[in-house]
Every structure is written in structure tokens, then in C-alpha cells.
Design a protein around this ligand. Structure first.
Ligand code: 8QM
Length: 393
């Protein structure tokens, strides 16, 4: 197939391509980039959980770090395999784990209520993408990391470029290039111990280096992972939830009757929309997928989004439905690289949904939403909504 999964037509609406790739077989060679595409749940899951044969250390984007220079020093988590991956992962799992987040819940709940009150006080019509999805993570996450106030506007552009850079060197990457040096320098500066607040995720990572769990050389790069992976992802996941509810009013009513479904709602939205659409692995040996021999050293493009709507795995895969069990979706990956920040993302989503549930009786689209194109992320630039206020259920 000569198709380009990173063309603007596909980024605008990837679903037809996903169906075509799933139906074409367990694996499809894409000559345009000389990569092997897997789009069915079974093969995506298998590749994600077989780190020995599908490595990450050669990069999880199109660039093969064995033969091409990465645009920045590789991540110690995302772009590493065991055993080098394991100490950074252990440290970050603890720093971002459910126990560590307990003291944030109340504060984030209060922050969400303040934000929702601010937005609603300006009227029933607003852009949910900018006013809520962008605003909320930027209000809570940088403080939780311990970043200084200045320069936070750099976080989204830096992340957006990093996620574009997993794809081919196309116009989206070209658009980011003029600011890469400046943004990278700013991000690098924020990872220094002296710059970070004395408490927070950043300080916790540095404290792990005092204990010898990681080296002091590793600490700044692990902080960098938070700044790269922690903002755009949650922003676009929140947009996915809000878009899902704005287009499925009966599901919002369901959530109002049973607010305990908020956790399921978040995972179902991540399954349904897959904010992180794709990632690559690189084969360490020849691998058979179906009847195809994939040579050693090949880039394998995993369509997480296509797996998350594979009818071979899910009933009515295109329905956003709070009565299903979305667990097992690969929107956070699977296996030893599975999203280490997912508890943070869930907490953000639960706080925002709870705040909205207190005030919003119904919400609907109030004009055409507009996509933001990125080589890896499924995102909204604009989500005009109209809400009706009310608390009675
Ligand atoms: C994607 O820099 C990193 O360690 C990193 C960057 C991006 C991600 C994960 C980690 C999956 C969200």
C-alpha cells in the first residue's frame, strides 16, 4: 500500500485507513516508509508485550536510532529496553503512583471546581478544548512537578513537536523546527534541581538520585519525560472525554445518575479516541507475523487506535459506551512500557468530570469542532459546546 498514515487527510479522519489496514491482514508492508504496519488488536498487543523481539531502544518513532541521529538525547524510559529502562521506570512508577497522588486529589478537585465556575460564569457557550482541556492540566500539572511560573506556555509547543517528531520529517515537523533549539533549552533548564521547587514530582525524582536509585546524571532526563509526556497527552485525553460526552448525551445522563462511572468513562474515551494513535517498535530478529517474514531491524508501526476499535476484539467498537469494560485497551500501551503517568491522567479527568457533574445537566456541540493535526496525537484545536446548567438528576 502506498498510503501515507501521516498525511493530512488521514490525520483529519484516520478511521477509514484503520479499517483498511485491519482488513488487509495481520501485518501490511508500507513501502512509502519501508515499515510494517499492525492494526489488529491481537498483533498490536503481541508486539507491545514482546520487548525482546520488538525493541524500543532504536526509537519508538520512524527514526531508527541505530542508523540515524535522534533529534534529542533518547528518553531513559520510552526509548530504552531492560535492563537500562528498569531503574528509571521503578523510580517514576513510585513518584507517579496512586499512593503518591493521594494528597493531590483534594487540591485538584478544588482547582477543577474553580476553573469550571470561572468558565461557566462567562456563559453557557464556550470552547471546551481551550477553556477546559488545555486550561486544566496546565493549571495543576506544572505545579505538581514543581516548575517555576515563567515559560509554562512552552510546554504544549514542546510536547506537540516531540509527538510530531515520532512521525516522518513532514510539514508538521518542519513547522516545529524553528523553535526546537529554544524550547529544548527551556525544557532542559527546568529539569535542573536548583530550578525545581523543593517539593513535587521533580524534587521526588532528584531525591531518588540521593538514595542511589538512579544516578544524578539520569535525574534531569527523567524530569524531561514528565515535561514531554505529561501535558499534551492529558490535554488531548480530556478533549476526547468531553467530545465523547458532547456527542453522546445519553451517556452524560448515565454518568450523572452514577458518578462512580467517571473512571470507566475516562478509559472508554481513551479507547474510543486513542489520544496517542501510533508508536513504532524495531525488530531485533526476524519475526513472523501471519505469513509475513518481517526482517530483523525493521520498523513496525503499531496502530493503537485501530486495535482499540478492532471488531475482532470489541463489540460495537465505534460506540462510546459506559456499560462496556474498556480495560485491556492499548491506548496507554501494554507491557513494561505501559503509561507510567496514567494515574495522574485519571486523577485529572476525575477531578474535571466531578466538577462538571456538579453544575452541568447536559452538554452538546455548538458548532463544528476543529481537529489539531499531529503525527502521533489525535487532538482537538476547538470544541465549541453549549451547556445547560442544573444539578437535579
Ligand atoms: C508518550 O520523553 C519521554 O520519556 C516520553 C515521551 C512521550 C511519551 C512517553 C514518554 C507516550 C506518551
Amino acid at each position: 500500500m502506498t498510503l501515507d498514515p501521516f498525511s493530512h487527510a488521514v490525520l483529519e479522519d484516520p478511521l477509514p485507513l484503520h479499517a483498511e489496514l485491519r482488513d488487509a491482514g495481520p501485518v501490511v508492508h508500507l513501502p512509502r516508509y519501508d515499515v510494517y504496519a499492525v492494526a489488529r488488536y491481537e498483533q498490536v498487543h503481541a508486539a507491545l508485550t514482546d520487548w525482546q523481539r520488538f525493541q524500543s531502544a532504536a526509537g519508538v518513532g520512524l527514526t531508527n536510532f541505530r542508523t540515524e541521529k535522534p533529534w534529542r538525547p533518547p528518553s531513559l524510559l520510552l526509548e530504552a529496553d531492560p535492563p537500562r529502562h528498569d531503574a528509571p521506570r521503578r523510580v517514576l512508577s513510585k513518584v507517579l503512583g496512586p499512593r503518591a497522588l493521594r494528597h493531590l486529589r483534594e487540591r485538584w478537585q478544588a482547582d477543577a471546581e474553580v476553573l469550571v465556575d470561572e468558565v461557566l460564569s462567562a456563559g453557557p457557550r464556550f470552547d471546551a478544548a481551550t477553556a477546559l482541556s488545555h486550561a486544566f492540566p496546565l493549571r495543576v500539572f506544572p505545579d505538581a512537578v514543581g516548575l517555576p511560573a515563567a515559560g509554562r506556555e512552552n510546554l504544549l509547543p514542546y510536547g506537540d513537536h516531540a509527538f510530531n517528531a515520532f512521525g516522518p520529517d513532514n510539514d508538521l515537523v518542519a513547522r516545529g523546527k524553528p523553535r526546537v533549539a529554544e524550547l529544548s533549552e527551556w525544557v532542559g533548564e527546568q529539569c535542573r534541581r536548583e530550578v525545581l521547587a523543593p517539593t513535587g514530582f521533580g524534587a521526588d525524582i532528584w531525591a531518588a538520585s540521593d538514595r542511589g536509585d538512579i544516578t544524578p546524571e539520569q535525574a534531569p532526563l527523567i524530569v524531561r519525560s514528565l515535561l514531554t509526556a505529561g501535558v499534551d497527552t492529558t490535554v488531548h485525553a480530556l478533549s476526547a472525554v468531553l467530545y465523547a460526552f458532547a456527542t453522546h448525551p445519553e451517556q452524560w445522563q448515565r454518568l450523572r445518575k452514577d458518578p462512580g462511572l467517571a473512571r470507566v468513562a475516562f478509559d472508554e474515551a481513551v479507547r474510543w479516541e486513542s489520544p496517542v494513535q501510533t508508536f513504532f517498535r524495531t525488530t531485533t530478529t526476524e519475526v513472523r507475523i501471519g505469513d509475513v517474514r518481517v526482517p530483523a531491524g525493521s520498523k513496525v508501526l503499531m496502530f493503537l487506535a485501530a486495535a482499540n476499535r478492532d471488531p475482532r476484539r470489541w463489540d460495537r467498537p465505534d460506540a462510546f459506551d459506559l456499560s462496556r469494560d474498556p480495560s485491556g485497551h492499548v491506548g496507554f500501551g501494554m507491557g513494561l512500557h505501559q503509561c507510567v503517568g496514567q494515574h495522574v491522567a485519571r486523577l485529572e479527568s476525575e477531578a474535571l468530570l466531578a466538577a462538571l457533574l456538579r453544575r452541568v445537566a447536559s452538554l452538546e456541540l455548538d458548532g463544528p469542532p476543529r481537529r489539531h493535526h499531529n503525527n502521533t496525537l489525535r487532538a482537538w484545536e476547538s470544541l465549541p459546546v453549549r451547556v445547560r446548567l442544573g444539578t437535579d438528576r
